[in-house]
Design a protein around this ligand. Structure first.
Ligand code: NAD
Length: 256
């Protein structure tokens, strides 16, 4: 479904990013891991290339908060492939004080985390869409979250040190609206922009949390990272050609 498409996945070396890389390659596309962590990025590239027996995975070092880094990335990919078909905004930058409880969050940390994440997604989208406009086509998929849609169900974190960070609520809800803004702004440019909002993804979380979370879901509870692949491929493919400015939630009914 994605034959020869060049798909850039920011944060492609991370938990969900790796799965997106696999999804693209399985559909005969070329997956670009664009990540700030070059050691991990190169390792993931080598491991997945072996696992999937493919030469269709590339790595490029990218900091989504740096215009210069973005320009270099786009230049490098255009020279090498002469095309970029899609951008998946999936990186997860945060500072060392991220994810504190509400009353402990300092103004400076709130602002910095919004800048790194939502600001990073904005500047990345801006630089790639400049390129897409020149080429006459493009596709942006923003990875948000159910917590960009609904208020947190704080009860699921009872008896755990976890919380749902206030920065995350602002970042992810802002991203859903930024998606709609861009979908409208790009009118006539043949660039579509959509959001994919996952529910919680399994990653060795504590059992009481998993049980409480599951009670809010329809069947499975927390999802496996590969449960997101189908929706990503749909949004990348021609099957969603006229789906624009939308938010697709994949959460086993948690947010309903
Ligand atoms: N894990 C979940 O349960 C979950 C649920 C819903 C939504 N999400 C969203 O999915 C996306 C991916 O999350 P994840 O859990 O895979 O995160 P992760 O921490 O496993 O991976 C994030 C990747 O982003 C990279 N990164 C960090 N800062 C960067 C920067 N400035 N430039 C480029 N790359 C950078 C990291 O090196 C890392 O490889 C995020 O947008 C997250 O909010 C995750």
């Amino acid at each position: 479904m994605l034959a020869n498409q060049v798909v850039v996945i920011t944060g492609g070396a991370g938990l969900i990013g790796q799965e997106f890389v696999k999804a693209v390659v399985e559909q005969n596309g070329i997956a670009i891991i664009a990540d700030i962590n070059s050691t991990l990025g190169n390792q993931v590239k080598n491991d997945l290339s072996k696992e999937l027996n493919t030469s269709n995975i590339d790595f490029v070092e990218l900091d989504i908060t740096s215009k210069e880094s973005l320009e270099n990335c786009i230049k490098y990919l255009n020279t090498k492939y002469n095309r970029i078909d899609a951008l998946v905004n999936n990186a997860y930058p945060r500072n060392k004080n991220y994810a504190r409880h509400f009353f402990d969050v300092e103004y400076e940390d709130f602002v910095e985390n919004l800048g790194l994440n939502l600001g990073g997604y904005f500047t990345t989208s801006q630089q790639f869409s400049k390129y897409f406009k020149q080429k006459g086509y493009g596709n942006i998929i923003n990875i948000s979250s159910i917590y960009g849609v609904i208020a947190p169900k704080f009860e699921v974190y009872d008896n755990t040190p976890m919380t749902m960070p206030v920065e995350y609520a602002a970042i992810k809800s802002g991203l859903i609206h930024l998606t709609k803004y861009m979908a409208k702004y790009f009118k006539g440019m043949n660039i579509k922009v959509n959001t994919l909002s996952p529910g919680g993804i399994l990653d060795n979380q504590a059992e009481p949390f998993l049980e409480a979370y599951k009670k809010e879901c329809s069947n499975k509870g927390m999802l496996d990272k590969n449960d997101l692949k189908g929706t990503l491929v749909y949004l990348l493919s021609d099957m969603s050609r006229y789906v624009n400015g939308q938010n697709i939630i994949v959460d086993d009914g948690f947010s309903v």
